[in-house]
Design a protein around this ligand. Structure first.
Ligand SMILES: C[S@@+](CC[C@H](N)C(=O)[O-])C[C@H]1O[C@@H](n2cnc3c(N)ncnc32)[C@H](O)[C@@H]1O
Length: 330
């Protein structure tokens, strides 16, 4: 058998062609019946002779099929995946996820310097970029919901959240996890803190779910003092977005806000416990963050005045890590 070609893995023409096709909505424009290159060019405002070359490569890649009799391009079952909103959002260059992936083009600088590529490419960090563009922000929140659509109810069931009458969800997004925790544990009330547009989206979502009287939303930053005195401070997929210094600051804010016998809970992908190497590289490239080992997370907590109590798996890819608050810390 022939050796597999490294070029099949390293070729950039095909992934970029697919991402451009998703951004232009070629699958949606073609529909099940297919469309000619001229029709697709008119629908997408692209020059027909240029678009045809993209389509020809998409045929080579097995994403579209070309019918010579009708001169129509139809999405194959593989290509049709691009027409679903959740997949399209990951590939579309005008959405947060697709835009961030493009910064992988600067991975060499990240590997050479350790600095994230995203700010280098776009002139500001990921979160500031989202703040400046509501479409990016919305697409990111939707992506976060999609990635937790099956996991959030499982995490809500897999852990005894009922021990904590009041949980502050720190950087809780528009509420995908807290909403499931509140549904599964009627005795719990919550506070969700996130950046302003996402906190506003969370408030709407809680109200629509009939949970408005059990949850408060706060627009703010987790680098500033947090709502004080809660029983638990939850950080779900937060710590891995940040380098050690920033992560320690966030953890220290939780410790300062927490009541003396309160708990700080991390839901995190943990290296050696299901964390994915590709996501680790994305965290480095986009944020300067990382998927850490359990020991590294315990040490990070200790550096912020948190005492590790234990960890349990809550999904195949994430652990819940429980920390107590060291009362002697300022
Ligand atoms: C990876 S998402 C995780 C969202 C949510 N915890 C979840 O698991 O679905 C990271 C969240 O951190 C929020 N965030 C980023 N910087 C923040 C800051 N300085 N203060 C508060 N939230 C912030 C983002 O808006 C985003 O909702």
């Amino acid at each position: 058998m022939d050796e597999p070609s490294i070029m099949a893995l390293a070729d950039l023409a095909t992934p970029m062609a697919i991402r451009v096709a998703a951004t232009l909505g070629l699958v949606e424009h073609a529909g099940g019946a297919g469309a000619t290159a001229d029709d697709l060019a008119a629908a997408t405002g692209t020059p027909p002779r240029i678009l045809r070359r993209l389509l020809e490569h998409l045929v080579t890649a097995g994403v579209f099929a070309f019918d010579a009799d009708s001169a129509r391009y139809r999405p194959t079952p593989l290509g049709a995946q691009m027409g679903t909103a959740d997949v399209k959002r990951l590939l579309d260059i005008s959405c947060a996820g697709g835009r961030a992936e493009l910064a992988f083009a600067d991975l060499l600088e990240t590997i050479t310097t350790g600095e994230p590529a995203y700010p280098r490419r776009y002139g500001c960090d990921f979160w500031a970029d989202l703040d400046a563009d509501p479409k990016l922000r919305k697409s990111f929140d939707a992506q976060m919901n999609w990635r937790f659509r099956e996991h959030a109810p499982r995490i809500a069931e897999a852990f005894d959240w009922g021990r904590f009458p009041h949980i502050v969800d720190v950087g809780g997004g528009d509420g995908p996890l807290l909403i499931e925790i509140l549904r599964a544990h009627p005795g719990v009330r919550g506070t969700l803190l996130d950046l302003a547009p996402t906190a506003a989206a969370a408030a709407e979502r809680f109200a629509a779910a009939g949970l408005g009287d059990r949850v408060r939303t706060v627009a703010g930053s987790f680098f500033d003092p947090l709502p004080a005195g809660a029983d638990a401070y939850l950080l779900s997929d937060i710590v891995h977005d940040w380098d050690d210094d920033h992560a320690r600051t966030i953890l220290a804010q939780c410790r300062r806000a927490a009541a003396p016998d309160a708990t700080v809970l991390l839901i995190e992908p943990v290296r050696g416990h299901g964390a994915h190497t590709g996501i680790d590289l994305f965290m480095l490239m986009c944020f300067g963050g990382e998927e850490r080992t359990l020991d590294e997370l315990v040490e990070l907590g200790a550096g912020s005045g948190l005492v590790f109590r234990g960890a349990v798996p809550v999904t195949e890819r994430r652990l819940a890590l429980e920390f107590g608050v060291e009362s002697s810390c300022p």
